[in-house]
Design a protein around this ligand. Structure first.
Ligand code: IPD
Ligand code: CA
Length: 277
């Protein structure tokens, strides 16, 4: 892994925060005609705003970091000429955005390694701008995790929960009907063992909410690097842990996230569910 100086990391975090906030401002303007199109299935939509947000992110970051690569949910896919790649979700929670249901975010992370290869990359700085709330979660390796609201940074830390039975856990579902069937069966296994379940609709915010202690845990099968990159770092820097099943790195197959004291029990429960269904 590359050795970046403290000042370089601070600068990368600053770029992540500022670009995420600028894109969030664009998303907030919400034109009357969202220009909706479908992607992988009838329920998987993309709007003109997703495309415009990603374009803005790439433009802004490229001006400052011409050697770095880009990997985004919509179009961005440029190989890096440096050790760093920016992983972008221009709107995480697009369905919420469509309905103006107030849980959607812009997620910007800079990672080392190749985000296209599971287990071969890790985030080193990132920001998740909560668009309706007008706030931004941010972190850099070794620097702690923060929520910036009205210009003030509040340090984040996960809950100290270790009891699954009283834990509030979020999850999510993909756009493919068949995959959803399996996700529902795993959920049937998980739900009786926990306090309750939440389905927020933005994986990036789910991870930040675990970091903030608004949730005790989160798990999901089938999310993408851009959904998780920044939130994963925010969570880790808040004292949490995100893994795949059986201690693998988090990946599109599975992400299990919680405070360090709850993670082993949640991982066991989810793994058990995956094994049976
Ligand atoms: C989705 C959200 C959702 C999760 C889905 C993701 P998108 O991202 O993060 O919470 O359950 O798996 O695809 O499509 O809104 O960018
Ligand atoms: Ca997403």
């Amino acid at each position: 892994m590359t050795q970046l100086s403290h000042d370089e990391l601070v600068e990368l975090e600053r770029i992540a925060i500022e670009s995420a906030l600028e894109a969030a401002e664009l998303v907030r303007q919400r034109p009357d005609d969202l220009g909706i199109e479908v992607k992988s299935s009838r329920t998987d939509v993309v709007t003109l705003v997703d495309a415009a947000s990603e374009k803005l992110l790439v433009q802004r970051i490229r001006e400052l970091r011409p050697q770095d690569g880009f990997y985004g949910e919509e179009e961005a896919d440029t190989r890096a000429q440096s050790p760093l790649t920016w992983v972008l979700d221009p709107i995480d929670g697009t369905v919420n955005f469509l309905y103006d249901y107030p849980l959607y975010a812009v997620s910007v992370a800079v990672v080392e390694g190749d985000p296209r290869i599971p287990g071969q990359w890790r985030p080193i700085a990132g920001a998740v701008a909560d668009v309706p709330a007008g706030s931004v979660y941010h972190a850099r390796t070794g620097g702690g995790a923060y929520l910036r609201r009205d210009g003030n940074d509040e340090r984040l830390s996960v809950t100290g929960s270790s009891d699954l039975g009283t834990s509030l856990v979020a999850t999510g579902f993909g756009y493919d009907a068949q995959k959803r069937g399996r996700q529902a069966r795993v959920l049937m296994h998980v739900l009786p063992q926990i306090r309750d379940i939440r389905r927020g609709g933005s994986a990036a915010l789910d991870l930040c909410h675990v970091a903030q202690g608004r949730l005790d845990g989160y798990y999901e099968m089938g999310i993408n690097p851009w959904d998780m990159a920044a939130g994963w770092l925010v969570l880790t820097e808040a004292g949490g842990l995100a893994t795949g099943a059986h201690g693998a790195p988090p990946s599109s197959e599975c992400v299990i996230a919680a405070g360090a004291t709850l993670h082993p029990a949640l991982a066991e429960l989810v793994q058990d569910g995956l094994q049976h269904f």
